[in-house]
Design a protein around this ligand. Sequence first.
Ligand SMILES: [Zn+2]
Length: 298
Amino acid sequence: MKVFYSDDYTAAKYDFDTTRKARAIAEDLRGHALAGLELAVPRSVTSGELCQVHDKAYVDAVRTGHPRSMAGSQGFEWDEGVWRMACATTGGVVDAALTALNDGISGTLSSGIHHARYDRGSGFCTFNGLALACAEARKRVNRVLIIDLDAHCGGGTSSLIHDMPGVYQFDISTCQFDAYDDSEHGELHIVQGAIEYLSILQRGLARLEERDGFGLALYNAGMDPYNNGPEGDAITEDVLRERDAMVFQWCRNREIPLAFTLAGGYTGYRLGLADVVRLHRITIEAAVRSTIDGRRSR
Ligand SMILES: [Zn+2]
């Protein structure tokens, strides 16, 4: 299984979890290797490719740094590394999607970058990798499913897939940030605790089976739902493990190619960087297991 990573993922000077943790996860994967996993360097996307889903003036602003208000609209102070980071992380999502179409499964250590909109960044997301991956994948398959299980809503992606027939977003979040209305292109569920989280996922996946066959699933696997919910019903590490197993198994059983992105997951209250790495490894290990199980069942 190819998992995409480049040191350019961390090229922005702006220093916080989203711009740094991919390197720590890559180092952890090199130090504690998973059999069958290969780290691969993605191709950075070009301005022309980005303009399939983004405004050229915005793309130019991120490339040049001017105007600053636009170049830093995602929440970073601009430096030339922001452009390199944004093109590499977006390229990682696109390459994971296209590789999954060939190999059945792939992923990237970047996030899906789901808050970015047509003409601006948002919520530390510069370019929307999920939307661009959909645009590229639709040249080869008719229907693409986005499963967005980051704690925050994928409103940026929702705004960008409206004119992409065949793309559907299934979104479960634990907070209101970047919320959007349900439409023929997707559904958003905001949940309060672990029981609701897993049951909505289970029912949602069952309902999605009634739709025409998806040729690709993009799974935005945020770890930031961790610890959300009231005591006794909080979303624990075990709940997230169960969540990921459900998603990978659902796709594998239906032979839907799957590309995962890592999304949110933050240091802070009681969580150090090693904890965040451990949480993200849950998704990567579920992906590896899915390839092994898939081989066994053939
Ligand atoms: Zn998030």
